[in-house]
Design a protein around this ligand. Structure first.
Ligand SMILES: [Zn+2]
Length: 428
């Protein structure tokens, strides 16, 4: 089926375009331009039009999430990182059944769709007992309609609960099985971090990524202690150590990359690695701030993630990214609204290796319809989106041309919300 989408107002590459149109075929934008140029070639299409009180924007790309962490909200707040991990996270996670995973993920993904997030990279580490929980998470994505990048974690540290831990062989064979069974889930490999995966496991994961042609996601340089530890134990700071382990190249998606030296920033750029920045969670956990300005100047692709999912909103992450870079540089001109918008859309998609993030030909037809009532007529739309927008401006969300959110919570979103409340009552 071919469909013609006509937008009185659209954001394309950060610029507002009027009477813009694009044709969607099999979930992908196959042509785009002014309505006058596109319409004569789209006479056979179904048509859908959005008037001037709406703004159509590319779907937001969430480069890093742990959806189950919505269960930690409230009671897990305001703790130092180590206590948060041991007393909140590790308390909840081992008790989650596959059914709990399904409903928790369905609830989190529904929240994301309602906030205009069309792609999520889920960094999933509940794998110790096999693939059952992973399959439940993948089913939740399929049934809510969000585009999934399933970053399948590998973890073998002694301190981790057995619900997480696997041998290298278990992790490799289970990951390969998931990738074969769920081609739509964009399965990639994710050795957890330099502290939770052994060097042997990280090397094996890098080899797996090359062999299976996938990306490799890894938490790295989130907190200052990590660099002190790797330097003392292995004589190298985290990015340099990843390089030494053969796990730093164009496949690498470095999650956080906060405490990195200037040499390491250059190394990230030289190796063609990508970075996902999580500014709201970094603030929430007191981690520090990634030097996005410096990394971008070196040409590193940077995306945004909602990480702890206290409030999964890429609108919030874009705003936080812009404000933190200004604060970091003590310079209001350090980072602009359109830079932040690129992180949340096109650059974010590049970071995940997904063809999406703009309303141009060749990209997935992932888009969001916003109410434009809050946009001052004298303001560029991209500035309004980054500095003023609320998730509540989202009126509809489309993934692959299919409408998956339309103002009200869906039946699955309502049911998931109830189920999660009872899961939380049981676990906490
Ligand atoms: Zn994370």
């Amino acid at each position: 089926m071919r469909e013609l989408i006509r937008c009185a107002r659209a954001l394309v590459g950060g610029d507002e375009r009027n009477d813009y149109a694009f044709v969607v075929e099999d979930g992908v934008i196959v042509s785009a331009g002014t309505y006058g140029a596109i319409a004569p070639h789209a006479r056979d299409c179904e048509a859908r039009a959005f008037p001037a009180d709406r703004l159509v924007v590319p779907g937001f790309v969430n480069g890093h999430s742990h959806a189950y962490q919505i269960l930690l909200r409230g009671w897990g707040d305001d703790l130092p990182f180590a206590t948060w991990r041991s007393d909140a996270l590790y308390k909840v996670v081992p008790a989650l059944t596959p059914d709990d995973v399904y409903w928790t993920f369905a609830a989190a993904f529904s929240e994301m769709l309602a906030a205009g997030i069309t792609t999520v990279a889920e960094f999933f580490y509940l794998n110790g007992a096999g693939n059952e929980r992973a399959e439940a998470a993948i089913a939740a994505a399929r049934e809510t309609g969000i585009r999934l990048v399933f970053a399948r974690t590998w973890m073998d540290a002694d301190y981790a609960p057995s619900a997480f831990r696997e041998t290298v062989d278990q992790a490799a064979s289970r990951t390969a099985e998931l990738a074969t069974r769920y081609p739509d889930a964009n399965v990639c490999v994710a050795p957890h971090s330099l502290h939770a995966a052994s060097h042997e496991m990280i090397r094996a994961a890098a080899a797996f990524a090359r062999r299976h042609d996938t990306l490799l996601h890894i938490h790295v340089a989130e907190a200052a202690y990590e660099g002190e530890e790797t330097l003392a134990k292995h004589g190298a700071t985290p990015i340099a150590l990843l390089d030494r382990l053969g796990a730093l190249d164009e496949r690498t998606v470095a999650i956080h990359a906060i405490h990195v030296t200037d040499d390491e920033k250059r190394l990230l750029a030289e190796r063609g690695a990508r970075v996902v920045h999580n500014p709201m969670t970094n603030q929430y956990l007191g981690d520090g701030t990634c030097d996005v300005v410096g990394l971008r100047a070196l040409g590193v692709r940077v995306g945004l993630g909602t990480d702890a999912d206290v409030k999964p909103s890429i609108i919030d992450e874009m705003r936080a990214a812009a404000l933190l870079q200004k604060l970091r540089a003590a310079d209001g001109a350090a980072f602009a609204a359109r830079d932040a918008f690129a992180l949340g859309t096109s650059l974010g998609a590049q970071t995940l290796g997904v063809a999406a993030g703009d309303l141009t030909a060749g990209n997935a037809a992932d888009f969001v319809v916003l109410g434009a009532g809050g946009i001052d007529p004298w303001s560029p739309a991209v500035n309004a989106l980054v500095y003023r927008a609320q998730d509540a401006w989202v009126q509809a969300t489309f993934v692959g041309g299919k409408r998956v959110y339309f103002g009200e919570p869906s039946a699955i979103a309502r049911k998931a919300r109830e189920e999660v409340a009872s899961i939380a009552r049981r676990l906490i």
